[in-house]
Ligand binder design. Structure first.
Ligand SMILES: Cc1cc2nc3c(=O)[nH]c(=O)nc-3n(C[C@H](O)[C@H](O)[C@H](O)COP(=O)(O)OP(=O)(O)OC[C@H]3O[C@@H](n4cnc5c(N)ncnc54)[C@H](O)[C@@H]3O)c2cc1C
Length: 440
């Protein structure tokens, strides 16, 4: 995080405390990210005395929201999809009040915007979708049919995995892939080469067809807050780092806890340090910039909450580095409460770490091309460079990995399933189920 971002204040933290850890309990969960909180929730509901130990100053892990000057700034652009099946089991979606984005994408090519969408959700975009210069009608129809079939059938993962990029080019053609699919998916996987598992692509595509992602009314951190609110008071201990563990014992920098079972729900790198047998995948990095636009919001994406991608960035085979952004969106079109006083908040992201002043200048120039307006008067609010944003899911990727490592030690985290919020929740359920069945 840049120094400006570090100075931002995080949301209310009354749901947990920094008090010393108990000397004993049934289960210690290490990490208060989504996987740790969801695991703790499953176990607490089953009657176990669970304590969650978190190294940082607040809950949420990679899902944190800073509140500054009437703005809600998520640490990195991310969206919640209400179609996430695991999320629907453990979250109150009404309370979350997800402000949906449009079920489509705006592709910018040669200074013109083309809107492509699922016609069931955005019927008025149907003609635009068919006419957009992003591949033949046959390719577009083939892609629509593939997506619809996935949503209806929920097939088991492919027995043999492959690279998403290779699959897309072979199946839907080079043009549709380079102008729409690659720019869009690079922002989802944080992988510009699309080496990511096609098994994961199927999971992602299905979730996009089944639901419309959006932003919770109070920011993304409302998701971990809701989970924390379902745990007994005093069971989450922030500002406490686990330094080592062995069967039945967790050593923290704030005391030792003895317990019947341990769930390691940290990110993959820390899990590997605590338990060398855990294999940590490579991390994907991202940088997100926030700007306040000085124009009327309706001038940007026609007032619609749509993700904008650059249809020309990949069109010459290599990546054009003078156009760093993989996506941008006007957050306040979907969630006006992200900025007070009717201000227009724009979030823009690039794969990798870009924290120089020069990068922001390039971003501003790229935004000008993507939105077709001058950005000279836009205010740069802050930048979040995030080194370990997502675990790489390069093909071949096993979507299911064991949760029990033996000796009463269990493991959860998105890298144990797929790198998404739903993946973190899925890993949590698996860890809790394995633990509960062993303790019975
Ligand atoms: C910028 C960005 C964009 C994303 N976009 C999306 C999206 O649009 N949709 C989607 O579904 N997913 C998205 N994701 C992915 C999603 O946020 C993650 O998959 C999910 O939050 C991972 O949760 P986790 O609990 O597995 O790990 P983490 O959130 O990493 O939680 C691990 C926790 O362990 C703690 N910890 C680490 N070491 C220790 C220690 N020694 N002792 C105690 N605690 C420790 C950490 O502080 C952290 O709180 C995005 C992620 C990022 C960063």
């Amino acid at each position: 995080m840049t120094s400006s971002a570090q100075q931002l204040s995080s949301h209310d933290s009354s749901s947990h405390d920094s008090s010393s850890v108990p000397s004993s309990c049934d289960v210690v969960v290490i990490g208060a990210g989504l996987a740790g909180l969801a695991t703790a929730r499953h176990l607490a509901i089953s009657g176990l005395d669970v304590h969650v130990i978190e190294a940082s100053d607040d809950i949420g892990g990679r899902v944190r929201t800073d509140s500054v000057d009437g703005l809600l700034l998520d640490r990195g652009f991310q969206l919640y999809n209400p179609s996430y099946e695991e999320g629907a089991r453990i979250l109150d979606l009404n309370l979350l009040n997800v402000r949906s984005f449009t079920a489509g994408v705006e592709v910018r090519i040669n200074g013109r915007s083309h809107r492509l969408a699922d016609p069931r959700h955005e019927p008025t975009w149907a003609v635009d979708s068919l006419l957009a210069p992003v591949g033949s009608w046959t390719s577009k129809l083939k892609f629509s049919r593939y997506a619809a079939k996935l949503a209806l059938r929920n097939p088991p993962p492919d027995s043999v995995d492959q690279r998403t990029g290779a699959f897309l080019e072979r199946t839907f053609g080079k043009e549709l892939t380079s102008t729409v699919l690659r720019p869009f998916l690079a922002g989802v996987f944080l992988d510009e080469n699309l080496d990511t598992s096609k098994r994961f692509f199927d999971v992602v595509l299905r979730s996009f067809v089944k639901g419309r992602p959006g932003l919770p009314e109070g920011g993304m951190q409302q998701i971990p807050r809701q989970l924390a609110a379902q745990l007994p008071a005093g069971s989450i201990h922030t500002n406490t780092r686990v330094v080592s563990l062995k069967s039945g014992q967790v050593v923290t920098d704030n005391g030792i806890v003895t317990c019947r079972a341990i769930v390691v729900a940290t990110d993959a790198q820390v899990a590997h340090t605590l338990i060398p047998a855990v294999v940590a995948p490579e991390s994907r990095a991202v940088t997100t910039w926030y700007h306040l636009a000085d124009c009327d919001g309706s001038e940007l994406t026609q007032g619609k909450s749509t993700i904008v991608v650059d249809g020309q960035r990949f069109s010459h085979g290599s990546i054009d580095s003078s156009r760093p952004l993989i996506n941008t969106a006007v957050l306040t079109h979907a969630a006006p409460e992200y900025a007070s006083d009717n201000r227009v908040l724009v979030s823009s992201s690039a794969v990798g770490i870009h924290d120089s002043v020069y990068s922001e200048t390039l971003v501003r120039k790229h935004l000008e091309a993507l939105y077709g307006v001058s950005t000279a008067g836009w205010t740069h609010v802050t930048t979040y460079p995030i080194a370990d944003a997502l675990p790489a899911m390069s093909a071949p990727h096993a979507i299911t990995t064991p949760a029990h490592l033996g000796d009463g030690v269990y493991v959860a985290g998105d890298y144990r399933a797929v790198s998404s919020i739903n993946g973190a929740f899925t890993s949590a359920r698996r860890a809790a189920e394995a633990l509960l069945s062993d303790l019975r």
